[in-house]
Ligand binder design. Structure first.
Ligand SMILES: [Zn+2]
Ligand SMILES: [Zn+2]
Ligand SMILES: [Zn+2]
Length: 301
């Protein structure tokens, strides 16, 4: 039994962040003030339109619109930040895009740049940039079939807050890709807390295991065409209510679906949480509008 007759949903889409709705063309003529940002120990100077900074960032809104000394001089100092990473951030402010080529070094994915950009976006309260960084990391991992290096896990666990959804994405990348050999044989040390989190995650059922699929209602019509639940391995009785993935054709019984969780493990399937449920699992939408585009046919929830 295949589900070949069911049309596939549209491919997953990128973060529909509020930044895309902030049109430079219509807003540029209202930009009046430049803010001076001094970044790093050498105080590298950036001139950025104030309206762009305050539109995207509550941090800059407080600094530039408030009654602090910064708002009078329209100057902000960020001595602890890296000017090269801040420059990526400024590029994003003006284009609402990240150039994927920047995230390669010597032909290899440079996850550390993306991690540092995420950390900066967190400190500057740029939620839309964080979500786009999530998209970039997901796409990079998918296109190059790679994951982070041990030194990347140190950035993740030492520079980025504990409850950042980026950590969940990275754990999912390791849990749902075939990474056992890499983990065992890499000459460098993985961050201890990363290994702890990954071990605990693999031992417990998780929502991402089911959310990665594009599930539709399915009932086996007879014993000849039935299948076993991919989670609990019970063979489904004819007529039993179940769900099947229109993409990988795995089937789940009602009981497992109601529990809402499954085991993350090494497998070859193409359904991955960062494709099937990216917005729900890894984006934040407290300050930005939720993604409107369909995500593997799931739509907005
Ligand atoms: Zn699937
Ligand atoms: Zn089951
Ligand atoms: Zn989203």
């Amino acid at each position: 039994m295949t589900l070949g007759s069911i049309p596939l949903p549209p491919p997953y889409s990128q973060a529909g962040t509020s930044s895309q709705r902030f049109s430079l063309v219509t807003n540029f003529k209202t930009f009046t003030t430049m803010a001076e940002i001094f970044v790093g120990p050498k105080e590298t100077r950036f001139l950025v339109h104030r309206e762009l900074l305050t539109h995207h960032s509550p941090f800059f809104t407080a600094a530039l619109n408030g009654s602090f000394a910064e708002s009078i001089s329209q100057t902000v100092k960020l001595p602890a930040e890296n000017p090269a990473i801040f420059e990526l951030c400024v590029g994003w402010l003006y284009t609402s895009q990240l150039d994927p080529l920047v995230f390669f070094k010597d032909g290899k994915p440079a996850y550390y740049t993306l991690l540092n950009l995420y950390a900066l976006a967190d400190r500057l309260a740029l939620e839309a940039l964080r979500n786009q960084t999530i998209d970039q990391i997901s796409d990079l991992a998918e296109q190059t079939n790679s994951v982070l290096t041990p030194s990347d896990t140190r950035i993740l666990y030492e520079e980025i807050r504990d409850n950042a959804p980026l950590r969940a994405l990275v754990i999912d990348l390791f849990a749902f890709k075939k990474t056992d050999k890499l983990l065992a044989e890499h000459p460098d040390d993985w961050h201890q807390l990363f290994l702890r989190d990954l071990t605990v995650y693999l031992k417990r059922p998780c929502a991402a295991s089911l959310l990665r699929h594009s599930l539709q209602l399915w009932r086996p019509v007879s014993w000849q065409v039935t299948k076993a639940c991919d989670e609990c391995s019970r063979v489904l009785e004819p007529g039993a209510r179940a769900s099947a993935c229109v993409s990988c054709v795995k089937v789940y019984c009602l009981r497992c679906l109601q529990r809402g969780e499954g085991k993350a493990g090494f497998e070859t399937g193409t359904c991955r949480p960062w494709k099937g449920a990216r917005c729900r699992l890894y984006h934040e939408h407290r300050e930005t509008e939720a993604c409107e585009d369909l995500v593997m046919g799931r739509g907005r929830e």
